[in-house]
Design a protein around this ligand. Structure first.
Ligand SMILES: Nc1nc2c(ncn2[C@@H]2O[C@H](COP(=O)(O)OP(=O)(O)OP(=O)(O)O)[C@@H](O)[C@H]2O)c(=O)[nH]1
Ligand SMILES: [Mg+2]
Length: 260
């Protein structure tokens, strides 16, 4: 089952299995912009009653959609809440949820799990109030499981693990920085999907109206002056600009997987 998985992901899987007896609680960190693609059905089935579903990066997602997703997970029987670990929003509530799970049993052993780059280490650091775990905007930063103690919480940070159902070619996982990919197809997919639906996303690149389908990147390149010699669009530069704008929220708050 572990065959073919990079070493640090194998270590995370093994640590979760090894410490299953002592762990009271599992935070499953999702990206609010794509809760379905970042869900881990295997972990959820195994630890249903110990699971806390954390929709992270809420400040980058459509708030109404995030509310619906929280409702969806709550109806499915999970404890679920939205946070933005970088901004610090919702972290007090998360702390309170963990306190309530402790039910007098101290200390509470908590594992932070989820796909690569979903913000697990940032959540751990925010819970601790100091930087104990390295954080970077790329997958595979946490290399080995590590325990950190704060007050009555003992927290296990784990390296991000792709699930058996993770589609490595998914433009969603690429856009969220969960899998490494060529920036150009990912950026093309994003602009084709977002520019026609929002004037804010257009304005972010100085565009007044949606470009012809297929012309989005060249239109952005022209407007932004992201050009090569001969005034040709610099597609690599433009794609990186688009991904950076999306990931920082400059294109607006988007939920890529919508729920009714
Ligand atoms: N805007 C925003 N950025 C976040 C949030 N949480 C984490 N980040 C950023 O996302 C990137 C990845 O965060 P990490 O905490 O390293 O993610 P991780 O899940 O530990 O990643 P791995 O250890 O590689 O699996 C960093 O650039 C963080 O600053 C959030 O709530 N909002
Ligand atoms: Mg990490």
């Amino acid at each position: 089952m572990l065959h073919g998985m990079p070493g640090h992901m194998q270590k995370a899987r093994l640590a979760i299995a090894k410490y299953a007896k002592v762990l009271d609680c599992y935070l499953l960190v999702l990206d609010s912009r794509a809760p379905d693609s970042t869900w881990d059905s295997r972990l959820a089935a195994r630890f249903q009653h110990k699971l806390v579903v954390v929709l992270n990066r809420a400040a980058l997602a459509n708030p109404e959609q995030t509310g619906r997703w929280v409702e969806h997970f709550t109806r499915a029987g999970f404890t679920a809440l939205a946070v933005d670990a970088k901004a610090g929003t919702g972290m007090g509530k998360l702390r309170a949820v963990l306190e309530s799970k402790a039910k007098g049993k101290k200390p509470l052993h908590v594992a932070v799990t989820g796909l690569p780059n979903t913000g697990k280490s940032t959540i751990l650091n925010s819970l601790l109030g100091r930087k104990a775990s390295k954080v970077e905007n790329r997958p595979g930063v946490t290399r080995g499981p590590q325990w950190v103690k704060v007050g009555n919480l003992v927290i296990l940070d784990t390296p991000g693990v792709l699930t058996a159902s993770s589609d490595l070619k998914s433009p969603i996982l690429a856009a969220l920085g969960i899998v490494a990919s060529d920036s150009e197809p990912t950026a093309s997919w994003l602009v084709a999907r977002l520019l026609s639906r929002s004037s804010g996303a257009l304005a972010c690149f100085g565009l007044a109206s949606p470009p012809e389908p297929g012309q989005e990147l060249s239109a952005i390149a022209e407007k932004q002056g992201w050009l090569r010699r001969g005034a040709q669009p610099d597609y690599a530069r433009t794609s990186q600009g688009v991904l950076a704008a999306f990931q920082s929220g400059k294109m607006g708050r988007w939920t890529l997987e919508e729920i009714r």
